[in-house]
Design a protein around this ligand. Structure first.
Ligand SMILES: [Zn+2]
Length: 459
């Protein structure tokens, strides 16, 4: 029998409490990638199944189906599959491919509990149809990043948020590998056009799918991690192929994988990577989720993204601890760390989703060493990699709305002031600011009436 980590036991207890004492229908459990989500919900599914409940565990990708099956095996839960190409078995717990289940809704019995793995997809149309089909079933969502690519929250489906340990806590506990993140100035994605809050793929592809850029990525790989197993995150299938080609030409055994490949071929690549026969795997979608290979020491990031969720999912792939990995090496060539901060900086999740700055906590942000390009917390005074000393008067550069801008202390002060003023909703709160800051008398009324007039105009 497998033993659980203390935080996994706590997570299971919180989920049971949500369904039990708290009488919730649909809790959402958040745990960083690599924290062992599958094992945690497998215990819940096993327990529910043993009590005679029918449990469907929904998954949208083949690699995840295999992983969930392995996790259920560890808990000893008998289980079957509702998925093309998998055996049908009569068991209380079923792992269901979303694509297959949605076609068999009228033929399968009603579940008592639906577990949604990678629940940030839960508002996709197929998931929603399944959830709507059985309104009385309880739901359990699990995800590392409870926001959709669009930034929307998951409050429309889930009614209770359970937050497990943070990425930093998992690193400190030795459950995830510590990392060194470098951000060499390879690509400036700041001018890329956006659609639905993400960079337009074709434009991003045109920007990054160039021999010079892949060459720069190659050079940094050689410098920092020559020959170590690496995953490369690309913009498109075509981009992944050309990156793999160029790595092969440089003498590394490199392959690209994508969703159009046969399942067995994909599985073969994963196995060859695990066993060290393939050193570099490139992909645009497959690596983001469900590619569970602790042996990946290096992540090479060539896909600019506006999505915090995607950023964290990708990095999580590389942080799985394993023998001989003292550090995970993250090579961010597209400035994603500027946009989203260090991967383990503190974050506050809510069911309301990504509310811009609301999610970033004080002390967040990165600064890049001008000498070796290591990404460090914004408060760092010297580079822990090369000893470079940041100038005493920092000229910080930050990326906002696609523009690189120098941030001065005055700007920060003005911004803090605007935020404080925005938070002061009542006239009384505004008067308090007026008193405290020594603003001229009548300032609060002026701001308050200005707001009312604006609201009227909008109404
Ligand atoms: Zn440095």
């Amino acid at each position: 029998m497998i033993s659980l980590r203390p935080y996994q036991c706590a997570g299971i207890a919180s989920i049971r409490e949500a369904f039990g004492a708290l009488r919730k229908r649909a809790p959402l459990y958040v745990l960083p990638t690599g924290g062992g989500k599958s094992l945690t919900f497998s215990f819940i599914a096993h327990g529910a199944g043993a009590k005679g409940n029918r449990v469907y565990i929904l998954s949208h990708r083949q690699e995840l189906i295999d992983q969930i099956s392995a996790a259920l095996d560890l808990t000893g839960a008998p289980h079957g599959f509702i998925a093309a190409g998998y055996p049908t078995l009569d068991a209380p717990v079923q792992i269901a491919s979303v694509q297959t289940l949605v076609r068999r809704l009228d033929r399968v019995p009603q579940p008592d509990l639906i577990v949604i793995d990678e629940a940030h997809h839960a508002r996709a149309e197929t998931f929603e149809r399944i959830i709507r089909e059985w309104p009385r079933a309880k739901l359990l969502g699990v995800t590392a990043t409870p926001i959709r690519l669009s930034g929307e929250g998951l409050g429309a489906i889930f009614d209770h948020l359970i937050t497990g340990p943070s990425m930093r806590e998992l690193i400190e506990g030795g459950y995830l590998a510590p990392y060194r993140l470098f951000s060499p100035p390879t690509v400036d994605a700041s001018g890329l056009p956006k659609r639905a809050r993400e960079f337009v793929t074709a434009a991003a592809e045109a920007l990054v799918d160039k021999p010079a850029i892949t060459g720069s990525a190659l050079e940094h790989y050689r410098q920092h991690a020559d020959g170590l197993p690496a995953l490369v995150f690309c913009v498109s299938i075509q981009h992944a192929k050309s990156v793999a080609d160029q790595f092969r030409e440089a003498g590394y055994s490199a392959f690209s994988i994508d969703g159009t490949m046969e399942r067995t071929v994909r599985r073969g690549v994963v196995e060859d990577f695990r066993d060290g026969r393939i050193k570099v795997v490139t992909s645009c979608e497959i690596l983001n989720e469900g590619f569970d290979v602790p042996g990946a020491h290096v992540g090479i990031f060539l896909r600019p993204t506006q999505s915090l969720g995607l950023y964290l999912q990708q990095i999580g792939r590389i942080l799985r601890p394993c023998e001989g990995k003292s550090h995970a090496l993250l090579l961010d060539h597209v400035g994603n760390c500027y946009r989203h901060g260090l991967p383990d900086e503190p974050r506050q999740w809510t069911l309301a989703g990504d509310d811009g700055e609301a999610k970033r906590k004080p002390g967040a942000g990165v600064r890049i060493c001008a000498s070796c390009f290591r990404a460090l917390p914004s408060q760092a005074k010297t580079c822990s990699e090369c000893g470079y000393e940041f100038p005493a008067k920092p000229r910080e550069i930050e990326q906002r709305d696609g523009e690189l801008a120098e941030v001065t202390p005055e700007m920060l002060a003005r911004r803090a002031e605007r935020r404080e003023q925005g938070r002061a909703q009542s006239l009384e709160a505004l008067r308090e600011i007026e008193r405290r800051k020594g603003f001229r008398r009548g300032w609060a009324e002026h701001v308050y009436h200005g707001r009312l007039a604006k609201q009227k105009k909008q109404a």
